[in-house]
Design a protein around this ligand. Sequence first.
Ligand SMILES: [Zn+2]
Ligand SMILES: [Zn+2]
Length: 136
Amino acid sequence: MTSPKTGGCLCGAVRYEINGDPVADALCHCRDCQYVSGGEPASVVVLPRDAVKITKGELKGYTKQGDSGKNVTRRFCANCGTQVISEVESNPDIIVIKAGTLNDPSAFKPGVVLYTSSAQPWAHMPEDVPHMPKGM
Ligand SMILES: [Zn+2]
Ligand SMILES: [Zn+2]
């Protein structure tokens, strides 16, 4: 993925702008991500925190302790429920965007698969990128 990019939620109440290059494009199979993705991995763009600016609307947050023992806050549109951003306590310098919320998600290219240890047996896995049993 290259910058600048824009995106937002399904109903359009929340919009964001990305100015900066991603640290990684990743697929996350952790059990928690399965809930918010629908079962397949969450497709996420990992960015430096200051690269992402909310330009319209407000996100509601839900915080839960992740597998690492540190909190993960998932932020979503209060109107349509779209999961937009995640913040991880274990690395406050990054911010995570759901690839599906980009205006053009086609540029997303997974470079690593995370939490393969909790992936469902029916999940699709790209073979040509590193697989990690847990997080990065
Ligand atoms: Zn919305
Ligand atoms: Zn996850």
